[in-house]
Design a protein around this ligand. Structure first.
Ligand SMILES: [Zn+2]
Length: 102
């Protein structure tokens, strides 16, 4: 009687070593980082900056984004106190550079 040769059991490669783990974390962070950056953008912050921030320090950025105060459409120039766009890098009235705050 012939014993059928057991087919070599090849378990699915679930983990491809530490590199696979690192890659999974990076991909997860890339996706997760969208959330705080969208919250921050809704509150008038730079989405790109917040995306980088979220990617590097996701838990901090997430909590930070929840506590951000929404910026008004117009804010006052710190120098001449005239209303300017929150997106302006320089005051159109006096030319003062706006300090970018996260
Ligand atoms: Zn000004």
């Amino acid at each position: 009687m012939e014993t059928p040769a057991a087919p070599p059991a090849t378990p699915p490669a679930e983990s491809s070593g530490p590199m696979g783990y690192v890659l999974a974390v990076v991909v997860a962070l890339l996706l997760l980082a969208i959330l705080p950056s969208m919250i921050a953008q809704e509150k008038g912050r730079s989405m790109k900056t917040w995306y980088a921030y979220s990617f590097l320090a996701f838990p901090v950025a997430l909590i930070h984004s929840f506590f951000l105060k929404a910026r008004e459409e117009q804010e006052k120039c710190s120098k001449c106190k005239k209303p300017i766009s929150v997106l302006a890098l320089e005051c159109p009235h006096c030319g003062a550079r706006m300090v970018f705050d996260i």
